[in-house]
Ligand binder design. Structure first.
Ligand SMILES: *Cc1c(COP(=O)(O)O)cnc(C)c1O
Length: 441
């Protein structure tokens, strides 16, 4: 188990997160429940920003990639920590604005930003918008002209480095819905196009090579390619980029197949990136750009767990044993989507030795509704509390009301005390937007 400072087993043999007993949390708030350790989130945000401040002369800003976990409280925390955020939809932007997040520290992404999202972003005064298509440059320029403003923009480039968890490949002709290929000349062409837009101020480039990546070298290689491209553009178009946004994607621990990286380890990843920026700029005669990084998963992933109650146990002799819990693909679709692996613990008997391999199934009407198939647990009983670890990223944010189940509430733990940051849903919430046309009555 990955204990770090977030998870502990207490003298009762119960799992604790951030000093709160998970059995008590389950009793008090009910299950299923998302639980987040505030200290972990703050430590990660601070570590990244401190590293930029110390190693790169304060010439950069961390942007928390809020699609990993978006609710008002997370933007409030990011605001207190003095970092920026990135958003990928009008809904994420609205949530950040409701939390009082400073718009100038927001970067907006998306491969198909809607006209109304672009208008809303400019109405809010979003600091930076990342261009992902020609038509979008046109839309942005027109909207900025209408408002009599000049919008800061980056162009999303694709350096042709395809990263995998433990490896990377370079592809000459990248097939991706994101960004403009550097290798094909597309990135240089859109640069020229955007430079011709009167109401857009091109600040530089953005690239994001993937997610759940452990291979430092793939990040470094992407930065090297970005800088070589920036040098080419300086030569050919006379445009010197002031900003380089290096994206997110650092891997986290889900199971013991993954590395365990602590805050110092993540500092090492960022240090490698920053040193690649410095040496690349020196080699190409570029001035040092203002940098962004956009970590999402590594900020909130290991900060969060999900608590469930075992409600049914189905043992199919010689085949498989299923523990059915009160959640499932509606609160964590990642196994159904990508066969993602997790680690689980019986939170009320966390000090007992694992005794059997079981599958954890959800309560949806779907055979593929599983949290996973290979959890090593003590022999479970009805009513046991299951904690699934590292569920802080891409769980709540990907949750749905499938089967009209409630999206679970989320609580934030600080110094052993938990408070709601997302309240539980009610039946009323589920039918709030339903309409029966008169002719059906
Ligand atoms: C998803 C995403 C991120 C965050 O990736 P993580 O793997 O969660 O760190 C950053 N930037 C962009 C553009 C993204 O789409």
């Amino acid at each position: 188990m990955n204990t770090r400072d977030t998870l502990k087993i207490n003298e009762k043999g119960h799992l604790e997160i951030g000093g709160a007993d998970c059995v008590e949390l389950a009793k008090h708030f009910g299950t299923p429940l998302y639980v987040f350790d505030e200290a972990y989130i703050r430590r990660m945000m601070r570590t990244y920003q401190d590293t930029i401040d110390e190693e790169y002369d304060r010439n950069g800003l961390v942007l928390y990639a809020s699609k990993a976990f978006s609710c008002e409280a997370i933007y409030a925390i990011a605001k207190q920590e003095g970092i920026g955020v990135d958003v990928v939809s009008g809904g994420e932007l609205y949530t950040a604005m409701r939390a009082g997040f400073p718009a100038e520290k927001i970067t907006m992404h998306g491969n198909n930003k809607l006209p109304r999202e672009i208008a809303y972003a400019m109405e809010c005064g979003v600091g930076t918008i990342v261009i992902d298509e020609y038509s979008e440059a046109d839309l942005l320029d027109a909207e900025a002209a209408k408002r009599g403003v000049v919008q800061n923009v980056l162009i999303r480039v694709n350096p042709g480095v395809e990263a995998h968890t433990h490896a990377y490949v370079q592809t000459a002709t990248p097939d991706s819905k994101f960004g403009f290929s550097i290798g094909s000349g597309a990135a240089a062409a859109i640069t020229k196009y955007v430079l011709g837009k009167k109401h857009l101020r091109l600040k530089g480039y953005h690239c994001h090579i993937g997610s759940q990546i452990f291979e430092k070298q793939s990040f470094v290689l992407a930065v090297e390619k970005d800088l070589a491209f920036m040098a080419d553009v300086k030569k050919s178009l006379g445009f010197e980029a002031e900003v380089l946004n290096m994206g997110g994607g650092f891997g986290i621990w889900y199971t013991d197949e993954d590395e365990k990286i602590d805050a110092e380890g993540y500092r090492g990843y960022l240090r490698a990136l920053l040193s690649a920026v410095k040496s690349g700029c020196a080699a190409h005669g570029l001035k040092l750009p203002f940098v962004n990084i956009e970590p999402g998963r590594s900020v909130v992933g290991e900060a969060g767990i999900t608590l469930y109650t075992v409600g049914a146990i189905k043992d199919i002799p010689g085949i498989r044993k299923y523990l059915a819990v009160d959640g499932g693909m509606f609160d964590n679709p990642r196994f159904a989507l990508y066969q993602s692996k997790y680690t689980a613990v019986l939170a009320n008997r966390a000090d007992e030795k694992p005794a059997e391999i079981v599958a954890i199934a959800g309560k949806c009407c779907e055979s593929g509704d599983l949290i996973g198939t290979e959890f090593n647990l003590p022999k479970a009983n009805l009513g046991d509390i299951v904690a699934v670890l590292s569920t802080g990223a891409y769980n709540y944010s990907m949750a749905s009301n499938y089967n009209r189940n409630f999206i679970p509430a989320a609580v934030l733990v600080k110094d052993g005390k938990a408070e709601y940051i997302v309240k539980p849903q009610t039946y009323e919430d589920l039918v709030r937007n339903d309409v029966i046309p008169d002719r059906l009555r």
